[in-house]
Design a protein around this ligand. Structure first.
Ligand SMILES: [Zn+2]
Length: 496
């Protein structure tokens, strides 16, 4: 169809601009010197402006709206592309350009100001930015007149099809079924032989093990690479260029091991997407939640299993003979699954992690519902930490100021982390019916698991919605009971 060809032509141009912006993002996340910040943001500002024009100009609007009118005549793939494009367009098209520009400036500045505020433990200096960021977002979603509640629009931005109603149900179940269990585990009084966790592990040796892990996970080095960064992340433009980072903390080796396995999960997903989607708007993983389900599956279900360490602890012992000489496999396994109430989300263990997300979801929900003022956030945060984990942050840096998300305008993002873990449990219980996951991990044959995920999930890119994938792979809609079952089975055995 003529109009569809035009659509593809315009998308290719947009993608070329995105490619340049993404490459620059990799550079700034890994190697660019700090001093490059100012000049880079000026230049990137120009390119982002051009991209925004391409995404909103009359020509593109006409093509998308034209195709949307005849959507029933399109093939299934084009239908999905045009629906997505139309929704994206409707979300931004009524935002006045000056407000959009002002907001982007605010976000650009807020990143730096948040870093300073966190470092100086100074909420007062940052709360004005926070208030403006939330207000802009409330205003923007009003321009998109399609849903009853502003927060629903934002939740859908990060996880297609999810709304407050469904998340409320999910978190209420966690509150009812998981919070009491977490308290039981935390109060079990089991102590571990875990001094080895904070021993000294030289950076170069950690790197040697991270490189070993790349091969264990069957990552394709032809089309990908690993570097270092302060905050580990995965980056990709298409299936043949997938990069990720880890970090080496010399007194906390687990950080590099599990960051590497986690990011390898994201990276494997991207590498296994069928290249046929590269020319379409359906390349890349389908949602934040599904992406996180893959990274957490590799990190937790595989990487923190006894079978994994039966296979790979000998290698770790070979690299760190001194540090680990008195640590048995069982001690080590318990160490990597240590549960404790802690303040910082990114350092939280698998079991207490969803509590951290619940705190953030409930607070975002209240802000978007105008049920709390920005002044009241630090206290609200601390109260919720006491309620769910029994600990109270002593300052803003380990409380309300700890995450980068809000300063970057990422509102509605947090719940996808917990949702991803829950998805991964549901996928896991389907997978073990079809392949011997424990045996494969023990035999160091993760390739077979990768292949299963490729066939069932990865190869489809974004051509299926998260809900379609879940239903097709597991035969059921999303159900949090699998997540609760998984956590109770694993940690009940370890702690109770
Ligand atoms: Zn992740």
């Amino acid at each position: 169809m003529e109009l569809m060809n035009k659509f593809n032509e315009l998308i290719t141009k947009q993608k070329a601009y995105m490619y340049v912006l993404q490459l620059s993002g990799w550079d700034s996340g890994t190697e660019a010197p700090r001093g490059a910040f100012k000049r880079r943001s000026e230049m990137l500002g120009v390119i982002s402006g051009e991209l925004f024009n391409l995404q909103t100009n009359q020509e593109f609007q006409d093509v998308v709206n034209g195709l949307f009118k005849v959507i029933n005549e399109l093939d299934d793939i084009s239908k999905r592309e045009i629906r997505k494009a139309k929704k994206n367009l409707d979300k931004i098209i009524n935002i006045p350009k000056n407000e959009f520009v002002e907001y982007n400036k605010l976000i650009g500045l807020s990143q730096r100001e948040w870093e300073d505020a966190k470092e100086n433990n100074d909420y007062e200096s940052f709360k004005g930015n926070l208030e403006q960021i939330f207000n802009f977002n409330k205003k923007f979603v009003k321009y998109y007149n399609k849903v009853d509640h502003p927060y629903d629009v934002m939740l859908d931005d990060y996880e297609e099809g999810m709304s407050m109603k469904e998340y409320d149900e999910f978190f209420n179940t966690l509150k009812k079924d998981l919070v009491p269990f977490v308290k039981e585990v935390l109060n079990s009084g089991k102590s571990l032989n875990d001094n080895f966790i904070t021993d000294f592990y030289p950076r170069d040796k950690q790197k040697e093990f991270a490189e070993y892990l790349i091969d264990v996970m069957s990552f394709d080095k032809e089309s990908g690479l690993m570097k270092e960064s302060v905050h580990p992340f995965t980056w990709n433009t298409h299936s043949t260029d997938v990069r990720f980072t880890t970090r080496y903390l010399e007194n906390f080796m687990f950080s590099s091991i599990f960051a590497a396995i986690h990011e390898l999960g994201h990276a494997t997903y991207e590498q296994q997407i069928d290249p046929k989607w590269d020319d379409t708007t359906l390349n890349g993983g389908t949602s934040m939640g599904i992406h996180e389900s893959q990274s957490r599956f590799y990190e937790n279900n595989i990487g923190r299993s006894i079978e994994f360490w039966e296979a790979h602890y000998p290698k770790l012992l070979e690299i760190f003979p001194e540090q680990l000489k008195e640590v048995s496999l069982d001690d080590f396994y318990r160490g990597v699954n240590k549960v404790e109430a802690s303040f910082i989300r990114v350092e939280a263990d698998e079991l207490t992690y969803p509590m951290h997300i619940m705190v953030r979801y409930e607070i975002e929900r209240m802000i978007m519902n105008n049920e709390v003022t920005i002044d009241e956030l630090p206290k609200l945060w601390n109260d919720k930490m006491v309620e769910y984990l029994g600990i109270e942050p002593k300052d803003y840096a380990e409380g309300v100021l700890q995450d980068v998300h809000w300063s970057a305008g990422l509102i509605g993002y947090f719940p996808t982390y917990a949702l991803g873990s829950a998805y991964s449990a549901q996928f896991y219980y389907t997978m073990i019916k079809e392949i011997d996951v424990e045996g494969l991990v023990k035999d160091n044959n993760i390739k077979v698991i990768n292949d299963w995920l490729k066939e069932k999930i990865h190869k489809f890119g974004s051509s299926k919605t998260p809900k379609e994938l879940l239903l097709e792979v597991t035969g059921e809609e999303f159900d949090s009971k699998y997540y609760i079952k998984y956590l109770k089975e694993k940690y009940g055995k370890l702690y109770l």
